[in-house]
Design a protein around this ligand. Structure first.
Ligand SMILES: O=C(O)CCC(=O)C(=O)O
Ligand SMILES: [Fe+2]
Ligand SMILES: [Zn+2]
Length: 585
């Protein structure tokens, strides 16, 4: 009797707590819903314990839902018939049961929490999950083969690589640095078996092993497109896990990935969805239910503990850009787009402008720059000298004993160059010079690279120079400096109030004020076009054109030359320009 009164008091206190925490009301009137007040997820009470209790009642009551929420020491049951709920209540309330050594007590409740999440039951297109892909023995062997302990690893999981090291900064591999350790031959059973499933794939050459302790995960990501090919495989060992799949259309699909299964990611799943594993010690139990004749996935409030999971992610490396048709997550697409904008900008504000100002520009540039004369003075007769971006040819020396080749994109300047110098003239830009590799003894690239509008294109320009030089050959490269304080470019009375911006090729760029200090690295520099008549400038200014410049910081040019097959021998500032002399190695 005393025991019963104690339980009644406990029930009252529980009812108050439940009302406060979940707005759920306990009631004396029997209904379909029961709350078990002192057992739940946190006490280790599982659906199976409930099933055992139900089985002892004849006929076995039908339970529609069992809700054991994370961290709670109570749980809810929804019966299909009130009589059955009553029988359950009468059988077990106040008894020692349910996997517990204290008496179980329960109440009827007006409602139950509904925090189940309903999602589409269809997996991302291109995702194939092959359950039981390997046997338990194979799983054991592979687990032993790949298990390791290494404390000094990633923060949220441990990783190991075969074939090529996966570089976490850039999320790619260096194809020039294959690892000595290739994918172990024990994995070859996988390729053979996959063929039996009729799946089209290339034999992988890169393996990332991820070892997750309970509580660890992997942030949502797409495996970068450009370094890897069309098929990515993930074999799961030892523990199942829920992998979350997210699409930019906001679609979300959790996928239960059991141990011994193989996940095959292709097409949309490979290229257009992100996947990740939440850092938890547990996973929700996911059920597939039929609603209105369709299937849905329900993330229930029930959970399942995770064990240590090792996954083997197999990829095939790719040479060159990705050419998928899924642009949202494609890194190749982004660079291609940026490059397109850049080359359009240069077309408008470098090529077209020089074409228009050729005559006027040429009339302002006469003598070779002293540094060029100095650079070429020791070069032996018979040498091949390339002048990339030769302009009107002012840097072509009046020497008979050199083969001088002038490359210039502006037809106007090139014809000027052709008429006044003895150089071979080629119409081409620096990035596409139609000249053989490794032939030039010397390359000049004076005041050209600052006209390339992305870092990648400026790097490509240096790479072009390196390509054209013979080993041991040298280049003189100069670019306009942002710091003009040590040149006579600045006009003392002028202050840069630079407030104009100009929208061109889809981007806004500041318009520089001539003869003032630069405020930005990427600017449009006005050119006041004057007509040239009978070799004389007409005074009346007719038009202002804008030339694009990337003005360089100190050391930026040296940095651009790094790891491009040249070494910088000398670097200096001269008359508002940063200059390097570099040698091909
Ligand atoms: O553990 C997994 O199955 C996924 C691993 C993964 O996505 C990756 O390494 O890129
Ligand atoms: Fe991945
Ligand atoms: Zn792609």
């Amino acid at each position: 009797m005393d025991e019963l009164r104690k339980i009644e008091r406990k029930k009252k206190r529980f009812a108050v707590r439940l009302k406060n925490s979940k707005k759920i009301i306990c009631t004396d009137i029997p209904g379909l819903n029961i709350v078990l007040c002192n057992v739940g997820q946190a006490t280790g009470f599982k659906k199976n314990d409930l099933l055992l209790m139900l089985e002892k009642i004849t006929p076995t009551p039908i339970v529609l839902k069992f809700i054991a929420e994370k961290g709670d020491s109570h749980c809810f049951i929804v019966f299909s018939r009130i009589e059955e709920a009553k029988i359950f209540y009468d059988t077990y309330d106040g008894t020692l049961s349910g996997n517990s050594d204290v008496p179980l007590y329960m109440c009827f409740v007006e409602s139950v929490p509904n925090n189940e999440i309903i999602c589409s039951s269809s997996n991302p297109e291109g995702l194939t999950l092959i359950e039981g892909f390997i046997t338990e023995d194979e799983e054991k062997q592979l687990y032993q083969l790949f298990d390791w302990i290494d404390e000094s690893n990633l923060k949220n999981r441990q990783v190991k690589h075969y074939g090529y090291e996966f570089r976490y900064g850039s999320n790619d591999v260096d194809l020039n640095q294959p690892l000595d350790e290739k994918i172990p031959q024990e994995c070859e059973i996988i390729w053979k078996r996959l063929e039996d499933y009729g799946i089209n794939f290339s034999i992988p050459d890169q393996l990332t092993v991820n070892k997750y302790s309970p509580g660890q995960g992997i942030p949502s990501h797409v495996d970068k497109h450009s370094p890897f090919g069309d098929t990515i495989l993930s074999l799961s060992l030892n523990s199942s896990v829920v992998m979350d799949w997210k699409h930019h259309s906001k679609a979300y699909v959790p996928v239960v990935v059991p141990s011994r299964s193989l996940l095959v990611m292709q097409a949309e799943a490979r290229y257009d969805w992100q996947h990740g594993i939440q850092p938890r010690t547990w996973d929700p139990i996911i059920e597939v239910r039929k609603i209105d004749n369709g299937l849905v996935k329900v993330i229930t409030s029930e959970t399942k503990a995770r064990g240590t999971r090792i996954s083997l992610t197999f990829r095939k490396t790719r040479q060159g850009p990705c050419n998928c048709c899924y642009e949202t997550l494609c890194d190749s697409r982004v660079t291609a787009d940026l490059d397109e904008v850049a080359s359009h900008l240069e077309d408008l504000h470098v090529h077209q402008v020089y074409e228009q100002i050729a005559g006027h520009f040429s009339s302002t540039r006469h003598k070779p720059w002293p540094k060029v004369v100095e650079f070429l003075q020791d070069i032996p007769p018979g040498s091949i000298v390339l002048d990339l971006g030769a302009g009107n040819g002012k840097n072509i020396l009046n020497r008979n004993d050199l083969l001088q080749v002038a490359c210039e994109y502006s037809a106007g300047l090139l014809s000027e160059c052709r008429s006044v110098t003895r150089a071979c003239c080629v119409r081409a830009d620096v990035l596409h010079a139609p000249l053989c590799d490794c032939r030039a003894d010397a390359v000049l690239c004076v005041a050209v690279i600052h006209h390339f509008s992305t870092y990648a294109r400026r790097r490509q320009a240096i790479a072009s120079i390196a390509r054209l030089l013979r080993p041991g050959g040298r280049a003189l490269v100069t670019v306009w400096a942002k710091d003009q304080s040590k040149s006579n470019y600045l006009c003392k009375d002028k202050v840069n109030t630079e407030s104009d911006t100009y929208k061109t090729a889809g981007i806004h760029l500041p318009v520089h004020q001539n003869r003032t200090q630069f405020k930005h690295n990427d600017v449009l520099v006005p050119w006041k076009l004057r007509k040239v008549k009978e070799n004389k400038l007409e005074n009346e200014s007719s038009q202002t054109l804008l030339r694009y410049y990337h003005v360089f910081e100190e050391h930026e040019l040296e940095e651009l030359c790094r790891n491009q097959g040249v070494v910088v021998e000398k670097s200096f500032y001269e008359e508002g320009n940063w200059c390097v002399i570099c040698q091909k190695i």
